[in-house]
Design a protein around this ligand. Structure first.
Ligand code: KG4
Ligand code: ZN
Length: 365
């Protein structure tokens, strides 16, 4: 690759409206010229989850503004771009459609090529944007809407080793926070409380560890925490501070143990490929959890594998990752037709599509 490429990225598949301008230099380095993310948490807060109709309307209202801001911050006009990358699935269809329609409009007006990007590929290719990781590497995607192990072999070649059969881990953190009257999104608050709790007091299950595969489950764990909480309330007429901390610590330890053990299994499968520089990358909002992060780091150290975790602003939903994934696909010769469609479901590895679940943030594909 000898060409410098500058792409506009557009993301609107869930509850973040985002636009970014990213430049990939001839030597493969990424320069994020701008990255604008307008979250919608406040709009959905009263409903306990993302409301698709509210999300779609907010995306439609905000996308133009985000794109204008991204171009202004990058100090570039549309004429100075080489292409447009847009999330064309999977996700909440109203939001995905808003982004795809806008991208098509800009492409029609400017003649720029348009690349439809799989949102999950955006996450999965981020370690190349941040750390220039070489293929193949193992990716653990853990967020409020996603949970899967992927061997990333090329910009559009992914082998899915396993994933959640019910909730995503972030979703479980959020539900536990709700059970314990902590604010949303709950992950950071549960982590904060857990740091002051005794992880051994409550004996919570480590679901699916009896199965030798890389699939995960978090819904039974959530129910176990609910039962323990109800017992605490029955005994005390409320949840004393230390009990809340111990519940959080026990829950977080269970999630961490499951992620570490399933990562170990996924790494064993991945290492059979004999990669030159073996690497595990973690992405998604839950990757912000210091306890989980250091447990995964320790596992990698034991197994002689490089560990990387992109900075949080690039772990969570953003459009820089979409622009990057678009450039990666463009370089392999992919350009989508002007009738590019929005796909609510779009598994990265079609051969492993059987495990699809659905949670509060929509299809996980
Ligand atoms: O990737 P993300 O921003 O959004 C999508 O799900 O697409 O992830 C958000 C999720 C939320 O469920 C949030 O509670 C969780 O990541 N999260 C955390 C932490 N920070 C955010 N979970 C555990 N510990 C954290 N420190
Ligand atoms: Zn995402």
């Amino acid at each position: 690759m000898t060409q410098t490429l500058t792409f506009l990225g557009i993301e609107s598949s869930c509850d973040d409206t985002a636009a970014a301008v990213l430049r990939r230099t001839a030597d493969g380095q990424a320069l994020i010229l701008s990255s604008v993310v307008e979250g919608q948490s406040a709009l959905h807060a009263a409903f306990g989850g993302v409301v698709p109709e509210i999300a779609a309307r907010a995306h439609a209202e905000r996308l133009d503004h985000c794109v204008e801001q991204a171009l202004a911050q990058a100090d570039l006009g549309l004429g100075e771009l080489d292409g447009i990358a847009v999330t064309s699935g999977p996700g909440l269809i109203g939001g995905v459609l808003s982004g795809v329609m806008l991208a098509k409009g800009i492409a029609a007006a400017t003649g720029l090529p348009i690349i439809g990007v799989n949102h999950l590929a955006g996450h999965a290719l981020t370690p190349r944007l941040t750390d220039q990781l070489a293929f193949p590497y193992l990716m653990l995607l853990v967020s409020g809407g996603h949970c899967q192990f992927l061997i990333v072999k090329a910009p559009d070649v992914f082998q899915r080793l396993g994933g959640t059969i019910d909730d995503a881990p972030g979703e479980a953190f959020d539900k536990i926070a709700k059970l314990l009257a902590l604010p949303q999104p709950g992950g950071p608050y549960v982590e904060q409380e857990a740091a002051l709790g005794d992880a051994k007091r409550f004996k919570f299950p480590r679901p699916l560890l009896d199965r030798p595969d890389c699939d995960l489950s978090f819904s039974g764990l959530k129910t176990a925490v609910l039962r323990a909480r109800d017992q605490v309330i029955a005994q005390n007429g409320g949840i004393p501070l230390q009990d809340r901390r111990d519940l959080c610590a026990g829950f977080q330890a269970a999630v961490s143990d499951v992620l570490v053990e399933k990562s170990r299994r996924a790494l064993e499968i991945y290492l059979e490929l004999q990669p030159l520089v073996p690497a595990l990358a973690v992405a998604g909002g839950v990757a912000a959890n210091t306890h989980i992060r250091s447990a995964l780091q320790a596992l990698c150290a034991r197994m002689g594998v490089r560990f990387t975790a992109p900075p949080l602003r690039l772990c969570t939903d953003n459009a820089a990752m979409i622009a990057w994934a678009g450039i990666e696909r463009f370089v392999t010769g992919t350009v989508d037709p002007s009738d590019l469609i929005a796909r609510p479901r779009w598994p990265l590895d079609a051969a492993a599509a059987g495990m699809i679940g659905s949670g509060k943030k929509g299809p996980k594909a």
